[in-house]
Design a binder for this molecule. Structure first.
Ligand SMILES: [Zn+2]
Ligand SMILES: [Zn+2]
Length: 254
């Protein structure tokens, strides 16, 4: 399996793209603004999308990707997400006001987009690749994902603050190799992190200390402009885990 990082920032500006991972050449995990860098040919190879949650920095380009590929595809784009996330997207996004309802167009029998609900802990198998939703705690319902090739696993936290079940689950993944985890806020922003369900370096360190196995630690979703300060705080709190600042364009094979 190959993960390509198309976007990994906590906001937009020139050269910054929000969350989007490409798994091999046919699956996207989240559809933030990073998806907009795919060529049309690359976009047409995407058959499946897994969403961590409904926020626009993770799902905002889904309507426009559906618009691009829908008329050019034989079959619908399959989008996996929590049932709560699907309900939000149908009510607030694919509602004929913000965007056409591509779950019913061009026809209910053969729409551009088909939603499929996922449940934490229940794996979805795609050509031998296992994708498993993981528990998360965010301002809206959300999940992380374990991407398991059989040889090794790449875990993406999605957006989450400290959540003990997430760390317990990591300990149960025997072939864990990569942990891509958000650290949105600096330590002083206790109130903001709690209210919005995001991580701070101290909370990340709290979780990492529960981890009973080595992992390559990839930091994502930092606030634009605060990346160096955030990495310095992570280094101070959890330097023994050798945190790396994730960069757009990085590729991980496992
Ligand atoms: Zn979010
Ligand atoms: Zn986010």
């Amino acid at each position: 399996m190959r993960v390509t990082i198309l976007g990994c920032t906590g906001g937009v500006a020139a050269n910054l793209r929000t969350t989007c991972l490409m798994l091999d050449d046919d699956i996207l995990v989240d559809v933030g603004t990073g998806a907009g860098d795919l060529t049309l040919a690359e976009m047409l190879r995407i058959n499946t999308v897994f969403l961590t949650h409904s926020h626009l920095d993770h799902a905002g380009l889904l309507p426009m990707v559906a618009d691009m590929v829908g008329p050019r595809r034989e079959r619908p784009l399959t989008v996996y997400a929590l049932a709560e996330t699907i309900a939000i997207l149908k009510q607030d996004m694919f509602n004929f006001r913000l965007w056409p309802d591509y779950t019913a167009l061009p026809s209910p029998d053969n729409p551009y987009v088909v939603f499929r609900p996922v449940t934490v802990g229940q794996s979805v198998e795609s050509s031998g690749r296992m994708i498993t939703p993981l528990p998360a705690r965010h301002a809206v319902p959300g999940v992380g994902y374990q991407l398991d090739s059989g040889k090794a696993s790449f875990v993406f936290s999605g957006d989450t603050t400290y959540h003990e079940p997430f760390w317990n689950t990591l300990n149960s993944i025997s072939n864990l190799r990569f942990l891509m985890i958000e650290t949105t806020f600096l330590n002083h922003n206790v109130v903001g992190a709690e209210a919005s369900g995001h991580m701070r370096p101290e909370l990340l360190a709290q979780g990492l200390k529960q981890l009973n196995k080595p992992v390559r630690l990839l930091i994502t979703h930092m606030e634009p402009g605060n990346e160096d300060a955030t990495m310095a705080e992570i280094q101070a709190a959890a330097g023994e885990f050798k945190p790396e600042r994730l960069k757009r364009g990085q590729i991980f094979e496992f």
